[in-house]
Design a protein around this ligand. Structure first.
Ligand SMILES: Cc1cc2nc3c(=O)[nH]c(=O)nc-3n(C[C@H](O)[C@H](O)[C@H](O)COP(=O)(O)O)c2cc1C
Length: 185
């Protein structure tokens, strides 16, 4: 089976982010047929349609060039005000333009929302899902991943400190690998 390249996009820029720790955990628990690579979004200027398509910000072009060749995308995001952090929405908007040249189209994807609260970022998860449907990305339906009380679960390098979470995240990545194969078949 061919190894699949998966872009990992983290919706937090915070240096001690629980979301990034969760992403590191997912990277360590992924099946060997997936190669996961972080694609950073913190330096992307705010999207401004005046600049596309003639003079896009260089960071937008670089970001699009990183996402385009990937087979799939894993979004790992915190929740801000019951929605997606602006930095992540900006990255999604940047990748979606110029019109007709979206780098997201048809790429299988999965969402993991992360919060120190008990709801696990449900609002962010579903707002993100709404955009991804519009962008024509097949989204992993099950299992859903709402990682609550994330401040208690992960070490700094993404170590998972309990077996139930480890088992859940391992199963999640196996289901994602399965979706990618079905879409790519
Ligand atoms: C602007 C802002 C809005 C927030 N809104 C929510 C929210 O709606 N739901 C929630 O569970 N946590 C919310 N939080 C708390 C975040 O879950 C918390 O700061 C978390 O640590 C952010 O993720 P990170 O650790 O990956 O940076 C908010 C935090 C900020 C800064």
């Amino acid at each position: 089976m061919a190894q699949r390249d998966v872009a990992v996009i983290v919706g937090s820029l915070r240096s001690r982010s629980y979301t990034r720790r969760c992403a590191l955990a997912l990277m360590s628990l992924t099946p060997p047929d997936l190669k996961l690579t972080f694609v950073e979004i913190g330096a992307l200027p705010l999207y401004n349609q005046d600049l596309d398509p003639d003079s896009p910000a260089p960071a937008w072009a670089a970001f699009r060039d990183q996402i385009r060749p990937c087979d799939a995308v894993l979004f790992v995001t915190p929740e801000y005000n019951r929605s997606v952090p602006g930095v992540l929405k900006n990255a999604i908007d940047v990748g979606s333009r110029p019109y007709g040249k979206s780098v997201w189209s048809k790429k299988p994807c999965a969402i993991v929302s992360v919060s120190p609260g008990v709801l696990g970022g449900f609002g962010a998860n579903h707002h993100l899902r709404q955009s991804l449907v519009f962008l024509d990305m097949p989204v992993l339906q099950q299992p859903e991943a709402y990682i609550g009380q994330a401040n208690t679960l992960f070490g700094e390098a993404g170590e998972v400190n309990n077996e139930a979470t480890k088992t859940f995240l391992t199963g999640f990545m196996a289901a994602f690998a399965d979706l990618i194969e079905r879409v790519k078949a």
